[in-house]
Design a protein around this ligand. Structure first.
Ligand SMILES: [Zn+2]
Length: 274
């Protein structure tokens, strides 16, 4: 009798230890699931600029690809938490420090998709951007269109790996995110990146600050505000031309989003839980 009781007790203790281990091991997952449940899952992921063709790629192409490669090709986040990621492409350049100073004055971290040739010119700036807590990501070596590269292997080596290597040398971190110039890529190139454990990031709001004919402060801010939505990824530029309009538009954009309780985060915070 006593032995049986002892056995029962030891079994009970054993079971309890397993349960507590499980709780300990899986608690981050439980928390994440609880968090996800508190926000709705979006029914559609798409670029908000109506029928606008960036880089001659119809926006519907991105939408289809985001469905096909749902864990590796992102237009926006998938749930409705009030988060937003500001992204800046084509730098670093003389405008980058102005943008960083502005972001820092609001205590906001952003994501910078950098081009190899520009990184080479400003290694100290790249290091400082990284050290200040902003996310450094890959935007190809020379901003050429993926359509110009027939060999996927060479595209990977010359455009993406070369940029990754240089960024790793400067920051000590291997970038995990790639944004194709002009949003132009192919399924095969996306698959190559997946094989190399990199995710492709497009955008859900295009501020069109790259368009020198229309990129006034007013136009940039109004596009960012017009298309506001949860877990948006906003396309802006710190390089590739005169970006003073972009610098000046930040105040209005940030203040508007904050009034509506949006939190500014880096892109990985929006997409990494998938
Ligand atoms: Zn670009």
């Amino acid at each position: 009798m006593f032995t049986r009781k002892l056995k029962q007790l030891s079994f009970l203790l054993f079971s309890l230890s397993i349960i507590s281990c499980q709780q300990r091991d899986f608690s981050p997952e439980i928390n994440q699931n609880t968090l996800k449940k508190s926000h709705n899952i979006k029914t559609r992921l798409y670029i908000r600029n109506d029928n606008f063709i960036a880089g001659k790629i119809p926006v519907s192409h991105h939408e289809k690809r985001a469905q096909k490669y749902s864990k590796n090709y992102f237009i926006e986040g998938k749930t409705t938490s009030k988060k937003v990621a500001l992204t800046f492409d084509d730098g670093p350049s003389m405008y980058t420090t102005k943008i960083i100073n502005k972001l820092n004055s609001y205590n906001i971290k952003a994501t910078f998709f950098m081009v190899g040739t520009a990184i080479k010119k400003h290694p100290e700036l790249v290091k400082s951007i990284h050290q200040q807590g902003h996310l450094v990501a890959n935007h190809s070596w020379d901003h050429s269109n993926a359509n110009e590269h027939q060999s996927i292997e060479k595209y990977w080596e010359n455009q993406i790996l070369a940029t990754n290597d240089l960024l790793e040398k400067i920051t000590g971190v291997v970038p995990k995110l790639f944004r194709p110039p002009f949003g132009s890529t192919t399924d095969k190139k996306v698959e190559k990146l997946i094989e190399k454990k990199m995710k492709t990031v497009i955008w859900s709001i295009d501020t069109q600050d790259w368009n020198d004919d229309t990129n006034t402060t007013k136009n940039i801010a109004s596009l960012a505000i017009k298309h506001i939505h949860p877990e948006s990824i906003i396309l802006m530029h710190d390089g590739g031309g005169n970006r003073q309009g972009t610098v000046n538009a930040l105040d209005e954009i940030i203040q508007h989003y904050r009034q509506l309780d949006y939190q500014f985060v880096t892109v990985d915070e929006i997409i990494n839980s998938y």
